[in-house]
Design a protein around this ligand. Structure first.
Ligand SMILES: Cc1ncc(C[n+]2csc(CCOP(=O)(O)OP(=O)(O)O)c2C)c(N)n1
Length: 649
């Protein structure tokens, strides 16, 4: 029973509450977030840390006329609870339920869809400018974490904000954490600001003191102000932001609701660009997440009493992420030039062990994917072997750097794309469904996709041994329990493998679709259809000879991929057949259609989009049955005559 929260359907309802009630509301919101995330999983620590901040913003500003723009958006749960989604909150991150990120479709209070770091300031500035041009009231407020502030995009936004002097509030939510501890020079700077709090206090106390001295007080005060100006760099916190043209306010204790409200009320009376530096504790109010905010950054369901994360039946096969981390450590032990780079995802990409064992060859460069890639290019230029481990969705940011700084110069950088394919509950901002399409067309780049964790180990070795740029992409899942060999071998570049011979239809699969294709083939056999299966292994270069040979032998081809169809694997096969004059062979493609995929369990979404065993079985069966039906056969015969008449060859 949440006494106050149940009465809040709209931010205006909250404005009726007094200070004590607002404090109670904070507790209720925290409890609700904890209860729901412990059942559904989700971003716990960031949300617990921003409860007071969210309530203060809702209390002071006039939403939705004023606009809250949440950076990344993983901290927007309290906002969702206060904006009419309380009753549906138990469906958080579930299929057709409340999204874990801001979504404009979901509520008029969600200003901007987010999921990737560093976008809030630019979006807020765009909104501010549009309002100015339209002569409309309303103030955009970007809420950005200290981790996300390391993104270059955030600074591009700040650069313009300070320059055009627009009405904009940037709330810097500083908890000293990204997912792991925040890194880099900016983080050290913010740290100095926090520890510089005493300077502020000293300044205020000195002012009070000087004012009490009757005769010399005023002139002493004037002198002190002048001195303060000239000592600005030393005494004035936030100088960096001030120099960028923002008015700096802070640091403010982000768990003192009264302080937050008072400061926001004051700022609301002023105009121009402000940077409000708020200090919060990630995971606030729940022991386990306060003690280990990284672990509870994004958690699967857990037990509230003990904080224990619910595990499946042991023993389970390792995740691809674990296999990656372990194999890279083995290879780094043999190769002193091997370097691992992560963009603020040390644990997410499985590099924790690497960081401990090879600290001087490990780089967490912050949320700066573009920099990660060009930094790797520089390392490769000097003969190092950089492995850049970035989730498929976040590497989208670095397209130009992959193309221009690595592939154009044919530098041997390895790209490890974790979370390729459907990722599940994080939804459309996080699915890795575009990488086949954004990598395939880049000259010099080799792209591999493992069918299981064992093939994956050998692919990592292949990539590290290769003197050219290589990418491999792997899913967010456990392996299939494949048998493990002791020795790591390089795979011949561009060689696919025939996993099953057959004469009625060729199913060409890649990555996560290989095993479902094999299972589908078994079921097809039971109904008298003999399917051949090829594991392509390479998205690029394709094994043209193998594919053409089996396509001709079977007479019809089904491609299956966990990627958008446009520009993906099936498209590559079609292009190959066009080049080899095999377009008379019917080809169908299974993959993701031209739309953004919602959030939900991976298995459900794979089923919905027809790329699981059932979908493959159904499509292959339909292809063969159509071919076997006499009317289709005669139509095909006519079509091929027509084709021939158009093509004298
Ligand atoms: C471009 C991009 N890279 C990586 C991520 C993964 N990611 C999600 S939240 C996060 C940490 C953000 O830290 P901060 O902004 O300080 O927020 P906090 O979680 O500490 O509240 C990271 C790295 C992302 N969302 N977007």
């Amino acid at each position: 029973m949440t006494k106050l929260l149940d009465q809040i359907n709209h931010p205006h309802d909250l404005k009726r509450l007094d200070g004590e009630e607002l404090e109670t509301l904070c507790e209720e919101v925290r409890k609700e977030i904890l209860a729901t995330v412990s059942k559904n999983g989700g971003h716990l620590a960031s949300n617990l840390g921003t409860v007071e901040l969210t309530i203060a913003l809702h209390f002071v500003f006039d939403l939705p006329r004023d606009k809250l723009i949440w950076d990344v958006g993983h901290q927007s749960y309290a906002h969702k609870l206060l904006t009419g989604r309380r009753n549906r909150f138990h469906t958080l991150r579930q299929y057709e339920g409340v999204s874990g990120f801001p979504k404009r479709d979901e509520s008029p209070y969600d200003t901007f869809d987010s999921g990737h770091s560093g976008t809030s300031i630019s979006a807020a500035l765009g909104i501010a400018e549009a309002k100015r041009l339209k002569g409309e009231e309303g103030r955009p407020i970007a809420i950005i974490g200290d981790g996300s502030m390391t993104a270059g995009l955030a600074f591009e936004g700040l650069n313009q904000a300070g320059h055009i002097d627009q009405d904009l509030i940037v709330v810097l939510n500083d908890n000293e954490m990204s997912i792991s501890r925040n890194v880099g020079a900016l983080s050290s700077y913010l740290n100095r600001l926090m520890t510089g709090q005493f300077v502020n206090r000293f300044r205020d106390e000195m002012k009070d003191f000087l004012e009490t001295i009757p005769s010399i007080g005023k002139s002493a005060l004037r002198f002190a102000k002048k001195a303060e100006e000239s000592l600005k760099g030393l005494l004035m916190p936030g100088l960096l932001f001030e120099e960028l043209g923002m008015k700096y306010i802070g640091p403010i204790d982000g768990h003192r609701l009264d302080h937050l409200i008072e400061n926001f009320q004051n700022i609301n009376k002023l105009r121009g660009p402000f940077l409000v530096h708020v200090i919060t504790k990630k995971g606030k109010g729940y022991g386990p997440s306060e003690r280990n905010p990284s672990l509870y950054h994004s958690v699967p369901p857990f037990d509230i009493e003990t904080g224990e994360i619910r595990k499946g039946q042991a023993p389970l096969p390792p995740t691809y992420t674990e296999v990656f981390g372990e194999t890279l450590c083995t290879l780094a032990g043999e190769n002193r030039r091997l370097i691992a780079i992560t963009a603020a995802m040390q644990s997410g990409t499985g590099l924790e062990e690497f960081a401990i064992r090879f600290p001087d060859r490990f780089y967490d460069i912050g949320i700066a994917e573009q920099h990660a890639v060009t930094f790797a290019a520089g390392l490769a230029l000097e003969g190092m072997k950089p492995v850049v481990a970035i989730y498929s969705t976040f590497l989208q940011r670095a397209y130009d750097q992959i193309l221009q700084d690595v592939c154009l110069q044919n530098l041997p950088v390895v790209f490890a794309l974790d979370r390729g394919g459907i990722v599940g509950e994080d939804g459309p901002t996080h699915h890795g469904l575009f990488d086949f399409s954004y990598l395939r067309h880049i000259p010099n780049l080799i792209v591999m996709v493992p069918k299981d964790e064992e093939e994956f180990r050998h692919m990592i070795k292949t990539a590290v041994d290769c003197p050219a740029p290589v990418a491999f992409r792997y899913p967010r899942s456990r392996g299939v329990g494949a048998k493990r060999s002791e020795i790591l071998n390089s795979i011949e570049i561009g060689k696919g493998e025939v996993l099953r011979e057959g004469k009625d239809v060729l199913i060409v699969a890649i990555g996560s679709t290989v095993y479902p294709s094999l299972r589908a083939a078994q079921r097809l056999e039971e109904i008298g259809i003999d399917a051949a299966i090829i594991n392509s292994r390479f998205l690029k270069p394709l094994d043209g000879d193998l594919l053409c040979h089996w396509a001709t032998r079977t007479g019809r081809v089904l491609t299956v991929e966990e990627n958008v169809l446009m520009g993906g694997f099936g498209s590559a096969v079609l292009e190959l057949f066009q080049e080899k004059n095999l377009l008379s062979i019917p080809v169908r493609r299974l993959g993701i259609p031209d739309c953004f995929i919602e959030h939900g369990p991976q298995s459900l979404l794979r089923e919905k989009y027809g790329i699981d065993e059932n979908g493959i079985f159904g499509e292959a069966k339909a292809m063969v049955e159509e071919w076997r039906s006499p009317s289709v056969r005669s139509n095909q015969a006519i079509a091929s005559i027509v084709d021939l008449s158009h093509n004298p060859k």
